[in-house]
Design a protein around this ligand. Sequence first.
Ligand SMILES: [Ca+2]
Ligand SMILES: [Ca+2]
Ligand SMILES: [Ca+2]
Ligand SMILES: [Ca+2]
Length: 411
Amino acid sequence: MFRKGFSYLLIFILLFSLVMINYDANKQDQVSLVVKSFNFSQNNSNNNPLYSNQWSLYNKDYDLIDTGATLAWETTKGSPKVIVGIIDSGIDYNHPDLINSIWINSNEIAGNDIDDDQNGYIDDMYGYDFASMTDSPMDDNGHGTHVAGIIAASDNYLGMVGLAPNTKIMALKVMKKSGPMAISDIVAAINYGKINGVRIFNLSFGMSTYSRALYDAIKDTDALFICAAGNGGADKSGDNNDKAPFYPASYELDNIIAVSSIDQDGSLSSFANYGLASVDIAAPGDNIISTTITNNQYTYMDGTSMANAYVSATAALALSVNPKLSVANLKTIILLASRPLSGLTDKVVTSGIIDANQTVKLASPNYNILSRLISVNKPIEEDHQDLIVQCQNVINWFSDKIKSIFMFLGN
Ligand SMILES: [Ca+2]
Ligand SMILES: [Ca+2]
Ligand SMILES: [Ca+2]
Ligand SMILES: [Ca+2]
């Protein structure tokens, strides 16, 4: 009777230990999901007629060489409360695929020649033209409108769709139709966005000269600056930014993400600047279709400017699921979520491309493992090791218990 009772106890402990081991194995799986990207089947139905031309959103040839948009959209397509400040050549704010995404200054009254909201700018409804000091940041170059569409072209029955179509975009015009930009205009644009709630700035431009004023403006702004790594200089062949810095992407600041470009096959774009120490991540930047200033149409462009816009859109998706994310955590999540690609090994810090779906998952306030990782602020591999050790400890504890019971029964 005594022995029979112990046999039951032994069976119970064995079953319990199996459950516990299994539980810890699940915990381990959960962590490994953070490290590895998901590879679920993607829902490829879409109403925007040009969607099939947008390999950056869904790459039908290479499953994992895109932004993971279709999976991210199962969680969010962005929020109108999140504003991306596009510092560029302006935006065609009348384009039918952009008009619903344009940020509007609700505290200003249009056309009355009065600075109603007393922000220093008269009749600034859609942002401002800092280059010409006028209230209309209308794009006369095309670059800014192309970037704008990549981020937030509407999800409708028209043209294409942006990666974060429900996000608002603010037109901060610092480029004229042609010619150089003034640092003072860029700084003014940053300050304008800052007081109007921008927490993500898209800077799809750069220069080889270092500007202390621009460095300070970025450093002193609690926002994430997504900065293009550059397009290879005069010969259009990608350069190493570790050796020849390209600013603002190359400023060593915690609130900058520097972005390189990949093509449809997952190779670093021929024009794309790179840098194992100075460029963080890559995104689709070749053969990218987006909105143009001509006749409400669409056109293809190549460049780290385009890749950059996909990272800005991803940041916007992350903030829309978790508006309380700090800038530091937002950056950490985006880089942590990147999907490693062999073509990017030794080319960028993460060796990876942007993964909007994984970014959104990690950004979610319900994603406890990540919040723990971020709160202790240590590399993911280390935490993974911790859990393996914990799991091992539990197994050891139970095997010790079982051994001692056998010893007891043997006596
Ligand atoms: Ca005003
Ligand atoms: Ca006014
Ligand atoms: Ca559309
Ligand atoms: Ca070059």
